[in-house]
Design a protein around this ligand. Structure first.
Ligand code: ADQ
Length: 474
């Protein structure tokens, strides 16, 4: 059977004729890191670089972004065939533009305001300044025929500034996080400026259909655009907003999962846990959007309901430290750690620890061993643009078993509807689904997993990149 998502994404389009110009990617961070031991810049592993590497190499790629060090902007340099163009960000701007406006205002607002949205004029001005600086740097280096592709919520004003500076350039924008409904978005005092900034692009890509509809609504309400998402009319130009769900390099994950070392690492992990009958796993950046606390409470409810499972099931939560300077992140970390302590204190025994908690980033091969060892993957964000962890888990399940429990509020739920879809706020429902998941028959696991695997391998990151670039090429 053909893998189709609920929304019937089109089959892989034939990519249009190669374009002569370069591809200029603009993102908050450059895809490279300074390795002090080797004394050189190295490509840092990440989904976006992996996805774009082949295209950037083929087309002569340029990447414009910040090095990650305040007040640091060396002259452009080349790494693995990609020209890196640094843009400086000052130390105080890291606080106001990045931690402040990006992560204290836009991040919670765009995730349905599930945490208080802080709005400060002294955060907005640096956001405008930094966006203007990025646009100016791009305008300096752009040549006729180049395509410019701007990424994510840190740079929403860049398309608009570029439209003024280099009006004939073809500009794309991709938003990695959700775009909220107009009634939430509309709280922002600068709602018109932001939407006008985005409307500087020719094509805008979003993770979900809902985000596209929300954006089109905001564009009409606050930007004075007219028409539908597929062809928004704005200041005499026609703009396309479309759904292009991001994904992973599924083949890469499958290959790594099949490697001998991964298989034995997964086996050893299971053995070191005392060979429980079921391992449940959560893997997230430690972010309040990811719903880690409610997920742990659902597991706690399961343990209360089913004493017979004690000693038999374990939950591993791997949490990557994230935005530790932002207060809400310190609060959620405290909450998660308190819950882990509470559950282990209440139910643990000398021969059994119910929750293993790792507060660190894991190397990719190790992470894949965890995926391989896990019988049930629990991905329950309160709101998430896409969620790549869900797709990574599916891609690594090479024997076709495993259960994915997925929040209806993750963008991935629009595509992965063969998962067990849950409302992460409904603890009773989540506990009941976890209960079902730990005892699902291998046959049922395989049926669901086969459909999930078809979808993830067909709509992979190469599909995503070729869709986005076909639109950007026009
Ligand atoms: P994130 O919010 O970071 O991304 P996600 O899509 O799940 O969320 O990506 C996280 C990545 O970090 C995954 O590739 C995962 O493997 C990795 N990771 C998680 N925990 C790790 C650990 N302990 N050690 C090492 N690696 C770990 C944002 C949006 C998402 C959107 C992506 C891509 O918030 O909704 O899917 O961008 O557009």
């Amino acid at each position: 059977m053909e893998p189709t998502s609920r929304f019937g994404y089109p089959a892989r389009r034939v990519v249009s004729d190669p374009v002569d110009g370069r591809l200029v990617v603009v993102a908050n961070r450059l895809p490279v890191r300074w390795d002090p031991r080797a004394g050189r810049w190295e490509t840092s592993p990440g989904g976006l670089v992996t996805a774009l590497e082949p295209v950037l190499a083929e087309r002569k790629g340029v990447w414009v972004g910040w090095t990650g060090t305040p007040d640091h902007a060396p002259e452009p340099f080349e790494v693995d065939g990609i020209t890196q163009v640094p843009v400086p960000i000052a130390e105080d701007e890291v606080e106001t533009y990045y931690e402040g406006f990006c992560n204290g205002t836009v991040w919670p607002l765009y995730h349905d305001a599930i945490r208080p949205v802080e709005i400060h004029r002294h955060w907005w001005r640096p956001y405008v300044e930094v966006n203007r600086r990025f646009a100016a740097r791009v305008a300096d280096i752009v040549r006729p025929g180049d395509r410019v592709w701007v990424h994510d919520y840190q740079l929403q004003l860049v398309p608009g500034f570029l439209r003024e500076l280099v009006p004939d350039t073809r500009i794309g924008f991709f938003l990695h996080i959700p775009f909220p409904p107009p009634e939430i978005y509309g709280r922002l005092p600068w709602r018109t400026q932001l939407v006008e900034g985005l409307l500087g692009a020719d094509v805008l890509g979003f993770q979900t259909r809902r985000a596209v509809l929300n954006f089109a609504g905001a564009a009409r309400m606050f930007g004075g655009a007219r028409g539908r998402a597929q062809s928004l009319e704005y200041r005499g130009r026609s703009i396309v907003a479309e759904t292009v769900p991001i994904s992973i390099d599924a083949d890469h994950y499958r290959a790594l999962s099949l490697a001998h070392e991964t298989v034995s690492r997964a086996y050893n992990l299971r053995r070191s846990l005392g060979k429980p009958s079921s391992i449940l796993l959560g893997v997230d950046r430690l972010d309040y959007t990811k719903g880690i606390d409610l997920r742990l409470r659902a597991f706690e409810t399961l343990l209360q309901r089913r004493p017979d499972l004690h000693g038999d099931v374990v939950f591993i939560q791997v949490a990557v430290p994230s935005r530790e300077q932002v207060e809400e992140y310190q609060v959620i970390r405290g909450r998660v750690e308190q819950l882990v302590g509470r559950i282990n204190g209440e139910f643990g025994r000398p021969d059994w620890i119910p929750v293993y908690y790792l507060y660190r980033s894991l190397p990719q091969d190790e992470l894949i061993a965890y995926y391989r060892a896990a019988d049930v993957m629990v991905v329950t964000p309160l709101r998430d643009g896409m969620n790549l962890v869900a797709k990574e888990y599916v891609a690594t399940r090479t024997d076709g078993t495993g259960v994915l429990v997925l929040s209806e509020f993750a963008g991935a739920a629009e595509q992965l509807d063969e998962a067990f879809i849950v409302n992460p706020y409904d603890l009773d429902q989540m506990a009941a689904v976890l209960e079902q998941a730990v005892s699902l028959s291998p046959d049922e696991q395989r049926t669901r997993m086969a459909a999930l695997r078809r979808s993830v391998s067909r709509f992979d990151v190469h599909w995503w990149a070729s869709e986005c670039l076909a639109s950007l090429d026009g």
